[in-house]
Design a protein around this ligand. Structure first.
Ligand code: SF4
Length: 147
């Protein structure tokens, strides 16, 4: 997950014209007709953000918006939001990032996906649901027994 967060930092450091103002228009998937697709690592980071926000479950919304969109129209896990939410198509935020400008970062996320046994990007709700399952947590490094 550190690698995924490193990718997000590298993206933020790129001189791309982006200015997300948190209007949440892009979080209404049914209205936009577009849903972020998450690799396994992104989903695990997002699940971590959801848990940090005090949630243990996520549920589909009847209006087709992202399940992480809070009633105040803010993302409940904004700092852990996936790559697609950082490079999305929102016109107010600068439109979609050009693929050529972020392709190396996409490749890094794909490499993480493979290393975690993922099978490619999945729609946000599905990827998040799977990542929220207890068995989805990456194995912890065993600590040596004390003498
Ligand atoms: S994860 Fe957050 S920023 Fe991304 S679509 Fe959902 S509510 Fe919006």
């Amino acid at each position: 997950m550190a690698e995924v967060r490193a990718v997000y930092v590298m993206l933020a450091d790129r001189p791309l014209q982006r200015d997300c103002q948190g209007r949440a228009a892009c979080c209404h998937f049914r209205q936009t007709g577009k849903t972020p697709q998450l690799t396994r690592g992104e989903a695990l980071v997002l699940a971590q953000g959801v848990r940090a926000a005090g949630r243990t479950k996520v549920a589909e919304r009847p209006d087709g918006a992202c399940p992480l969109l809070a009633p105040d129209q803010r993302c409940m896990a904004y700092n852990a939001r996936p790559f697609g939410c950082r490079t999305h198509f929102c016109a107010a935020a600068g439109g979609p990032a050009a693929r050529r400008d972020v392709l190396d970062l996409i490749r890094r996320l794909e490499t993480v996906d493979e290393s975690l046994g993922g099978d490619g990007p999945k729609p946000l709700s599905q990827a998040l649901y799977e990542a929220m399952q207890p068995k989805s947590n990456p194995p912890r490094t065993k600590t040596k027994p004390r003498n």
